[in-house]
Design a protein around this ligand. Sequence first.
Ligand SMILES: Cc1cc2nc3c(=O)[nH]c(=O)nc-3n(C[C@H](O)[C@H](O)[C@H](O)COP(=O)(O)O)c2cc1C
Length: 206
Amino acid sequence: MDNLVSSKPAYMFDMDNLFQNLEKICKSRSSCRRFKPDNIPQQAIEKIISIAKLSPYAGGRKNWDIVAVTSQEVKLAMAKAIEETTATTTQGMDQEEAALFNNYSNNFLFFTQAPVLLVPYFRISPVMEALLKQNVTSQLLQWERDNSVKSISCVAMLVLLAAESLGLGACYMTGPLIATNQIGKILELPPGREAGAIIPIGYPYK
Ligand SMILES: Cc1cc2nc3c(=O)[nH]c(=O)nc-3n(C[C@H](O)[C@H](O)[C@H](O)COP(=O)(O)O)c2cc1C
């Protein structure tokens, strides 16, 4: 009844509602690192990807895509590559620093428990190479790469919020990308593409 006597236009009430729903989703989201083994319906994954695809992106060209990984074999191959890279990284370190780094990298591997991984990946330097023939400097390439990584951050945030809205847990992970080249090969990403995040998704243990 209040709505009827208010001077606010009707769409403003919808906006209030939208804001409250968005606020609820943002407040209830937190990084999920423990997943139930239950599979996620394919429809839920498709819904999450459909939201991710609404993401803004830098450079005026959509230079990213997203792959869903469900194969346990692939997840374990990724974990092995990360463990090997971590071991190589700590080789030159003294014992104390190696222990600190190993401790830090403990949180790079839990994604293997999640039933699905969403991996947004970007195309490396599509715009500069298309626009400029002679003057593609390393500074321009780095700037463009940074823009691509920032674009993936937007994608990842939408994935997290969409997952939360469906009662699923998720975690934005870049730690595993310490083994980014190996992960690209394991996932058979097209040439010139690089994974920008690993996002495990599943029903959370609350
Ligand atoms: C760019 C980025 C990379 C992240 N990488 C990892 C990761 O590799 N492993 C991990 O356990 N959490 C990772 N996180 C999750 C953060 O640890 C987490 O978002 C932060 O502690 C805040 O907690 P909340 O997400 O529960 O609010 C990452 C978050 C961001 C934004």
